[in-house]
Design a protein. Structure first.
Length: 723
């Protein structure tokens, strides 16, 4: 409904005339092209009449009346207080509802039960009948817990209000407040029972009266703004009005539900925030030095503690004077070699330490009690310093110049309605901070490496989607930090590798290392060559029973061999606990890198490489991917591949590979978790007996490769193999 009304108004303004088919033309009959925002007559339009309009179920609709007060450039309109007083008078004429809700244009109801809870305070006979208003805190959406600009003002709207509530009640915050109508018309002893109106709001008697009380000069010669309605005399009319009502004997109540009653927009940039606090600064100084200020009027009418609370608000910006002095004088004193603070050995120094630590510790505890974070408290302290050196200082200067009639103060409305690009930028920045915090705090815990990697990549992808990609170095750093103590040695080793592996390679290595750690706690023998292990007896030659592939362990009365390290070649420990693991990781030679990759059995696969690595102990050819094969079929057997470090890996497929027109590798095992393409010497010579005369050349080439520094596996380009 509101959007329809908005569109009609905008279309009428764009056309320059009222369309004859419009349903409601009364409001536009007085419209003229010369009207401006600061120069126009009163407009009152009844959009919904509760006596006639029904919803789709036949229930009566509430009254909805649009009011735009008259404005003339030569008549002060008193800003927000003047607008609220017009609404008070018009609503008194048209509906006379006993309860009034004030909400800023940028706020909305967040809990539909709030009005019912508020009415209970006014109707319950066991509660003080002198309650003038029920104030809810200002809460904002779009602000994270760290609150980088300190825009939530938790101390003002929540913590201090709770303290107010134990005295005569909280001050008025300007929005999110339910008022008893009679509170605006006198002291508690003067209000009478509410009288319902019997006249129709669309009658010929009601509308003329409403137009009369909405005139810009109606208040001339009356007590409106002085003793009735919202009080004039301060740019911060809400604080001033709440103070004056309490001085008349009214009380107030503070509501702090778990679910915020109302939510609104906070300034989205530093400029608008400082502009807002500068206006608040001028308003509080108006309250401190006006005719009815807390020093003279408050001490006569209110309890001492309540007066001290209002004095705290009235002098809210005064501490900026000391901040400015302390930001300048220490440097001057240092240049002049004049001490302005006591020495550490001086007993008076303890007083400074106590004051400093006590003040910050108190605010920190209070901030944490309100559910804030440590970073949020730090941002609050930082913004307080910024406000003291900017908006507070200029606010005091502007107020002083205005009172000396040197400068004319103006009312600058805080910009909270921003364009879509600015909001997207703010939301993107906030989301980026939240995602980066989640990325830094993500821990593996009980998750598998695969699940941990998926979560980690998901956060990185979300950051990239909002234009904040994470660099590969940062990815690797935060990934290693989140692995936990079980991967401490692994993390240290890979941090020392130069150049550092990419994040993709690091994630693959980590999964391989997890498999290796799991195998250390299993029952697999530790010292075997690359073999395929069977769970059922089958045809073949082997030392550990009948199996299809050759093993290297024996069960003929011999116990298991002691652990053997494949890095330092010593018995008594595995490579994962080798004391020289760090030094091996620092070796960036090609052979050391190959050894580390083969040892960890990672997934850093490059199918495009034609290089194969021969192994005289392997009983079958192996490849990490079926893409390397000409054809392959799924493998449904129970056999697994058993590596020399005790690692047992599954077989996914079996395929064939044509290296050239003469050499074809049969029964190639596809093992997804290995890194290298492994060529079995025994399998090759069994399939091709013609190669036996060339076996000495092949073994000589392997020996030469091993003597050149390749520890473990030897690379053999098959395209140059003599066939």
């Amino acid at each position: 409904m509101y959007e329809n009304m908005k569109n009609k108004v905008e279309q009428t303004v764009a056309r320059g005339n009222v369309h004859p088919d419009e349903k409601w033309t009364h409001a536009f009959n007085i419209w003229d092209t010369q009207f401006t925002r600061s120069n126009h007559p009163t407009v009152i339009q009844v959009l919904l009449d509760g006596t006639t309009d029904k919803d789709v179920l036949g229930h009566a609709m509430p009254n909805l009346i649009y009011v735009s007060r008259e404005k003339r450039e030569d008549t002060p309109h008193k800003y927000k207080a003047g607008a609220l007083n017009v609404l008070l008078r018009v609503s008194e004429i048209m509906t006379s509802a006993p309860i009034i809700l004030t909400v800023d244009c940028d706020m909305y109801s967040n809990d539909p039960q709030t009005p019912l809870e508020a009415i209970c305070y006014f109707l319950d006979s066991s509660i003080d009948p002198n309650i003038a208003y029920l104030q809810y805190p200002q809460s904002f959406h779009g602000i994270n817990q760290d609150d980088i600009y300190g825009a939530a003002f938790k101390f003002i709207f929540e913590f201090n209000m709770t303290g107010f509530d134990g005295l005569a009640g909280p001050s008025h915050a300007g929005t999110g407040c339910f008022f008893r109508r009679q509170a605006f018309y006198g002291c508690p002893s003067s209000h009478t029972s509410e009288q319902s109106r019997s006249q129709l709001i669309m009658s010929t008697e009601v509308l003329p009266q409403a137009y009369e009380v909405a005139r810009c000069n109606f208040e001339a010669g009356t007590k409106w703004g002085i003793e009735l309605g919202y009080r004039y005399g301060s740019l911060l009319e809400d604080l001033y009005t709440g103070f004056r009502l309490q001085c008349q004997g009214w009380r107030s109540v503070f509501g702090l539900p778990k679910r915020p009653a109302f939510l609104g927009d906070a300034p989205l940039n530093l400029h608008d925030l400082l502009n807002q606090t500068q206006r608040w600064c001028i308003g509080t100084l108006d309250t401190a030095f006006c005719k009815y200020n807390p020093f003279n009027q408050g001490l006569k009418q209110l309890p001492l503690l309540q007066v001290m609370c209002y004095i705290h608000y009235a002098l809210w910006s005064i501490p900026c004077i000391s901040v400015v002095i302390y930001s300048l004088f220490p440097q001057i004193a240092l240049i002049r070699s004049v001490p302005i603070f006591p020495k550490v050995s001086d007993p008076w120094f303890l007083l400074y330490v106590f004051s400093f630590i006590g003040a910050y510790l108190q605010e920190f505890i209070e901030f944490k009690l309100m559910g804030g974070t440590t970073q949020g408290w730090f941002n609050h302290q930082r913004m307080w310093i910024i406000r003291c050196l900017s908006s507070f200082t200029f606010g005091i200067l502007e107020y002083t110049l205005t009172k000396l009639h040197i400068f004319s103060s103006t009312f600058n409305v805080t910009s909270k309605v921003v364009d879509e690009e600015a909001r997207k930028s703010h939301d993107s920045l906030e989301r980026s901070q939240n995602l980066k915090d989640s990325l830094r705090q993500l821990k593996k815990g009980s998750l598998s490496v695969s699940d941990f990697t998926k979560k980690f990549k998901s956060l990185c992808d979300q950051l990239a989607a909002i234009g904040q990609p994470v660099s590969d170095i940062d990815k690797s750093h935060w990934f290693l930090c989140g692995l936990g103590p079980d991967f401490a040695t692994f993390s240290i080793a890979h941090r020392a590798v130069q150049p550092r592996p990419s994040f993709r390679d690091l994630a693959a290595k980590t999964e391989g290392h997890e498999l290796f750690i799991s195998s250390l706690h299993g029952s697999a023998p530790s010292q075997v060559a690359f073999t395929a292990q069977q769970s059922e007896p089958s045809r073949g030659r082997g030392r550990s029973g009948r199996s299809n592939y050759r093993g290297s362990s024996s069960s003929r009365g011999r116990g298991r061999r002691p652990p053997h390290c494949q890095l330092c070649r010593l018995d008594g420990h595995y490579a994962s606990t080798c004391p020289d693991l760090g030094s091996y990781a620092q070796k960036s030679s090609y052979s050391a890198a190959n050894l580390a990759q083969a040892f960890n059995a990672d997934c850093n696969i490059s199918d495009s490489s034609p290089d194969w690595y021969v192994d005289s102990g392997a009983t079958a050819h192996m490849a990490p991917s079926s893409a390397a094969c000409d054809s392959s079929v799924p493998y449904h057997g129970k056999e697994k591949v058993l590596f020399g470090n005790g690692n047992v890996l599954p077989i996914s497929r079996i395929g064939t590979l044509s290296v050239n027109r003469n050499l074809k590798l049969q029964d190639v095992l596809i093992v997804p978790n290995i890194t290298k393409k492994l060529l079995s010497v025994s399998k090759l010579t069994n399939d091709y007996p013609v190669l036996k005369p060339f076996l000495h050349r092949l073994l000589l080439q392997i020996k030469l490769l091993l003597n050149c520094g390749t520890k473990g596996l030897a690379m053999l380009p098959l395209m140059s193999f003599p066939i």
